[in-house]
Design a protein around this ligand. Sequence first.
Ligand SMILES: Cc1cc2nc3c(=O)[nH]c(=O)nc-3n(C[C@H](O)[C@H](O)[C@H](O)COP(=O)(O)OP(=O)(O)OC[C@H]3O[C@@H](n4cnc5c(N)ncnc54)[C@H](O)[C@@H]3O)c2cc1C
Length: 390
Amino acid sequence: MNFDIAIVGAGPSGLCFAQALAESGLRIVILERQPEAALANPGFDGREIALTHHSARLMRELGLWERIVPDAISPLRDARVLNGLSLYAMNIDHSDSKQGELGYLISNCLIRKAAYDAVKSSPAITLMTEARIDAVRTDDEGAHITLANGETISAQLLVAADSRFSETRRAMGISATMHDFGKVMMVCVMEHEVPHRHVAWEWFDYGQTLALLPMNGMRSSVVVTMPARQIGDLMEMDEDDFSRAMEKRFQHRLGAMQLASTRHGYPLVTVYPDRFTAKRFALIGDAAVGMHPVTAHGFNFGLRGADVLASEIMAAHARGGDIAAAGLLARYERRHRFATRPLFLATHAIAKLYSDDSPPARLLRAASLRIGNRIAPFKRAVAQMLTEAN
Ligand SMILES: Cc1cc2nc3c(=O)[nH]c(=O)nc-3n(C[C@H](O)[C@H](O)[C@H](O)COP(=O)(O)OP(=O)(O)OC[C@H]3O[C@@H](n4cnc5c(N)ncnc54)[C@H](O)[C@@H]3O)c2cc1C
């Protein structure tokens, strides 16, 4: 079978990239190993995705935003960063970003469902599910994919969107720097007595990191990061014991709390490949930048990269050029690295510092929060980074 672009992975990034090209006149195939039912009705996976204004705009352009019921989109008005046992907080106010809110919160399963529905309504996109890839290679003529059932697929360009542990990236010989934080992030929805006023919390406590992402109503997405064994204990507790344990962990700052969803654990591994491109090949989504979730930017970067690559491809196609030209891929590489590398490194440094409980680190943690709080340009820069309001 012959296509213009073959995408491996129908996660949110692969689907959004395909959808960005739906009107380009190019023939696109997405190869996904999961069954179609898992894409058509994705189950709740605990992730509530904080989206910047830039991402909201891209999702509107892709026709995803209107597929999500307004009640399921929660505004993220302000953010507070807390440290250790102190009540002192660095406050990042929406007014620092000149926006009515810092961003929005939407369940990952709703984003995936909206992206799947959009792709299914686009005749230019073929979705092949339960696809088992045996081999991939690219040469001057194009990309060649062999499936386990013996079928072969060729395309002008191969794009990998197959997660931070991308097998396609490895098969193409691209190395990546991985960092395993040795911790697991547990996410779930909880109801609570004290209103959140649409303020997100990032609380770098000693021995644990807690986060609260405000959902509509008296509910929040609650995130706990700790070593795997402790997270395992939390996830095995019965619902009431778990709720009481969480009230204690949050030092009763939210009053009574009650578990309102299933609990999900994600090992904390970050990934940054040495290159995003090779001959007739590009990485997007988590396969390109596997962020630490603490700055809530993984999918925001996924959308941004998909938009940049799709724009470069459409411009080349419109002037009758090669949609996988080396120069085009080099421009994507440069633009996406420039947009993602600084925050990737900064997030890494923040996560390392604020999970270090040694006495010097405790001093530095408290001091940097107070200094950051007093420097208005710094706070405006953080607000700008969180909102991507441009
Ligand atoms: C707890 C948590 C909270 C997060 N919060 C935020 C947030 O607030 N804001 C934000 O922007 N981001 C957030 N993220 C990150 C965000 O969830 C990811 O960036 C996003 O889901 C990545 O999408 P993706 O499509 O690149 O990869 P994935 O979602 O990993 O999808 C990859 C797809 O590829 C398929 N696949 C894999 N290998 C193969 C193969 N060999 N052949 C065929 N198919 C294959 C998989 O089945 C899957 O469908 C969070 C992540 C976590 C874990």
